[in-house]
Structure formats: structure tokens, C-alpha cells
Write a protein that binds this ligand. Structure first.
Ligand SMILES: [Zn+2]
Length: 263
């Protein structure tokens, strides 16, 4: 008869995560006798040709794992919200760190648990939120539904600025020469109804459908033919109503809406 060994299960780690500006902290664990006391690693992250300095610290206690990026302009290099950038980075760094022999066992299981959770929750988020805010998908759907697939343009998210807008908010733009539609990245935020993002995409597509023209020396962009087409979008009224009452909320950079995440 084979000898079976019962491995004593460790008490379940309290898995929680907090995010604050440039810092990810992970759970806690207590050190078992004989374990090493943890470690600190500095590293640089390269993005758009620049180096950013970061550090990861693993030690018994609370928080057990702390990942810090020392220069928060790092986050300006991305179109995603800071929390998503930090999660992405944490995944890479933690995968690396979990191969390190100096890593205490308690921290290893905490990190593995975190990475597993990240994998499962990410799949859900990708399905529910981001798929809806997929510009190419919205463009393709509208082109088929409203324009007989005749609109030929590229579409992309514009770049966000970190400061508050002073003059107003520009939802999107259409560059006729480049046939390029740009959508303001603040429309990715959850509090913005999908219909508002959709109307923005639709509006810019209308600009190709009903081009601007010059009349008595001035450019007419939102002329009657344009407006007639624009009102065909099925959630036009609902979206316009929201814009009228909420546009001021879009004057703030996305990051200022982000709250610390505790899970
Ligand atoms: Zn316009």
C-alpha cells in the first residue's frame, strides 16, 4: 500500500488588494519558522522609449507585497485607466518574482492566488465592459445598420490630457483628409452611457456621409442634411439628454474619477 502523505493546508490567506497612486499592495501572510525574511527588488520599466523606476517589496506582514512606481507620469503613456495599467504590470512582475528562490513560501501562494484571480476576473471584464466599448465593433455595426457599409474611415481613441478642460469637452473629431475619427478616451468611463459613446461615433460617421461645404464664405458642418441623418441614431434623444445634463463631468481627467479598489 502506498504511503499517503497529508499535507497540512495553510490557513487561507486574506487576499485583498489596494491601489493608490502608482502603488499596488497585496494581502498579508505570516512568516513560518525557517522562512527567509523577504526581499526588495528595484527594476526599470521601459515605455515609449523612456525608463521608469519601480520597486517590489515582499515581506511578512501587511501588506505582504507592495509594488510601487516612483514616477506617475508613467501612466500618461497609456490609454487605459491607471488601475488597469497597474494590474497589467503587477501580472508581469509577480510572474517573474514567483520564480525567485528568495521568495518566502507564504508570499508565493499569495501571489499565485492573486494571479489566478486576475485571470478569472479579467475574462469577465473583457466580456462585459470593454467589448461594449470596442470602437471598431461599434463602427462596423453602424456602418452596416445606417450607412450601407459606405463609410470608409479609421477610428481610434484620442489621447487624454491629465488636466481639467477649461473651455469645454470635445467628444470626438473627424479628419476629412486622413479619413480618421478620433474619440475622446474619457468616454470609456463606466458612468458614461453606452449610447453617448455610440452617438459620438455615429456623429463623426455622419460627417463623411453628409460632408461640410462652404456657403457665403463660412463652413457649414452641422447643416440640415447632417442633422437629419444624425437623428436617425436610435438612442439619439436619450444620449443628447444625458450630454446636456452631464457634460461637465467629462471635464475632469479620467484618473480623478478612479477610486481606490479594495477587493
Ligand atoms: Zn460634428
Amino acid at each position: 500500500m502506498a504511503c499517503r502523505m497529508n499535507a497540512l493546508k495553510r490557513p487561507v490567506q486574506t487576499l485583498f488588494k489596494t491601489l493608490s497612486l502608482g502603488t499596488l499592495s497585496l494581502g498579508k501572510y505570516r512568516m513560518d519558522a525557517g522562512e527567509s525574511s523577504g526581499f526588495t527588488r528595484m527594476f526599470t520599466i521601459k515605455k515609449n522609449g523612456m525608463d521608469f523606476v519601480a520597486q517590489i517589496r515582499v515581506r511578512p506582514g501587511n501588506p505582504a507585497v507592495k509594488l510601487e512606481i516612483f514616477n506617475d507620469s508613467y501612466f500618461d503613456e497609456f490609454e487605459q485607466p491607471e488601475a488597469a495599467v497597474l494590474d497589467g504590470l503587477a501580472r508581469k512582475v509577480l510572474a517573474q518574482v514567483s520564480k525567485d528562490n528568495a521568495l518566502p513560501e507564504g508570499a508565493l501562494s499569495l501571489i499565485q492566488e492573486y494571479l489566478e484571480e486576475l485571470d478569472s476576473s479579467e475574462a469577465e471584464v473583457a466580456d462585459e465592459t470593454y467589448a461594449e466599448r470596442d470602437l471598431d465593433a461599434i463602427f462596423a455595426r453602424f456602418n452596416n445598420e445606417y450607412f450601407d457599409n459606405r463609410i470608409q474611415a479609421k477610428i481610434m481613441w484620442g489621447r487624454d490630457v491629465k488636466s481639467r478642460n477649461k473651455s469645454g469637452f470635445r467628444y470626438g473629431s473627424y479628419d476629412e483628409g486622413k479619413k480618421l475619427i478620433r474619440i475622446h478616451p474619457r468616454l470609456k468611463q463606466d458612468f458614461v452611457p453606452l449610447s453617448v459613446l455610440e452617438l459620438t461615433v455615429y456623429h463623426e460617421m455622419c460627417h463623411q456621409f453628409a460632408p461640410s461645404f462652404k456657403k457665403n464664405g463660412t463652413w457649414q458642418s452641422h447643416h440640415p442634411e447632417f442633422k437629419k441623418k444624425e437623428r436617425e441614431y436610435k438612442n439619439f434623444k436619450e444620449a443628447r439628454h444625458w450630454e446636456k445634463h452631464n457634460w461637465h463631468r467629462l471635464l475632469l481627467p479620467s484618473s480623478e474619477h478612479a477610486e481606490a479598489v479594495t477587493a
